[in-house]
Write a protein that binds this ligand. Structure first.
Ligand code: Q9C
Ligand code: ZN
Length: 318
């Protein structure tokens, strides 16, 4: 398989214990085992060489996130003791996204994974998979939420946009409210998302059909909300519509916000996609023949996550 994988062990420093759901503490879905499931499956198919990310300047993060927000996370984490959890009362949109001592380092390294992947595309690589954790697409310029702190896909897209137009194709089960908002008034980075209808599903306030961009960005934001229970037929049709939009826009790069929480057995999802279907998704994206950066977002069935990733890559890379 002709693909580069970017991976760092620093994601292990972030291991949230609980989220607050309707006032109750429940176990947290976004666990280190997610990425370890993916690396294990990759090794089983003979991909053993993972690239360690390079460390980029915080300036790359400041292009997308407000400095006082980044500093807040950095300083809050520094003050925490091992095993201590903080749910801040500001710079946050929900009760699912805790800070721990290691969160800043993990989140920054997750950005480094995304940027290292982007840099490889600039050096003529065609396909890179950045094993980002924590995920990023819910993070706004000054808000964490939905298990996300820094918007990895947005930071990578910003970096790539210096060289040409970029499409961010978001196939996570949830709408990427952060990414949408960040590029809402821009026409050089086109955000397209297929996700569960926000009337029923997080983030609730964003991801509707009529959100199409503002100012210069009008027409360069497209949402495809689908009903709970959506299966492969409707999903495939929707994907084809999005890929036609991508073709017409003719971007220089594609950033895929890849969440595997659309899987039928995902513990917090609600679509009905099966393992082999991810290969079909990969194939469709590959057929565009545009340099592609895959950014890991959600996906919470730890047992099957590796199989989902491998199926997707088989479609993309073979
Ligand atoms: N206990 C991503 O997939 N909903 N974030 C939690 C279930 C929040 C998902 C309710 C889901 C956030 C990156
Ligand atoms: Zn998700």
């Amino acid at each position: 398989m002709n693909i580069q994988i970017i991976y760092s062990r620093k994601h292990l420093l972030h291991h949230p214990k609980w989220e607050i759901f309707y006032g109750k503490k429940i176990s947290h879905s976004e666990q280190p085992g997610r990425i370890e499931s993916i690396t294990k499956s990759l090794q089983q198919i003979g991909i053993n060489k993972f690239t360690t990310p390079e460390t980029f300047s915080l300036k790359e993060i400041y292009k997308i996130h407000q400095k006082n927000y980044v500093d807040f996370i950095k300083n809050s984490c520094k003050k925490l003791k091992n095993e201590e959890t903080l749910y801040p009362s500001f710079f946050i949109i929900d009760t699912y996204t805790p800070l721990q001592k290691g969160t800043f380092l993990s989140a920054r390294e997750s950005v480094n994974c995304a940027l290292t992947g982007a840099k490889l595309l600039l050096n003529n690589e065609n396909l890179v998979y950045s094993l980002c954790r924590p995920p990023g697409h819910h993070a706004e310029s000054n808000k964490m939420g939905g298990y996300c702190y820094f918007n990895n896909a947005a930071i990578a897209a910003q970096y790539l946009s210096n060289l040409g137009k970029v499409v961010i194709l978001d196939i996570d089960f949830h709408h990427g409210n952060g990414t949408q908002r960040i590029f809402y008034d821009r026409k050089d980075v086109f955000y397209i998302s297929i996700h569960a209808d926000p009337v029923k599903i997080f983030p609730y306030f964003s991801g509707f059909l009529d959100e199409t961009g503002v100012g210069e960005g009008k027409g360069y934001n497209k949402n495809f909300p689908l009903s709970l229970g959506t299966g492969e037929k409707v999903y495939k049709k929707t994907l084809e519509i999005t890929l036609n939009i991508v073709k017409n826009f003719n971007p220089k790069f594609i950033v895929v916000s890849a969440g595997f929480d659309t899987y039928i057995n995902d513990p917090i999802g609600g679509f009905k996609l099966t393992i082999p279907f991810y290969k079909a998704i990969g194939k469709e994206i590959k057929s565009l023949n545009i340099p592609t950066l895959i950014i890991q977002e959600g996906g919470y069935n730890i047992k099957d996550l590796g199989k989902l990733a491998v199926s997707f890559l088989e479609g993309l890379a073979t």
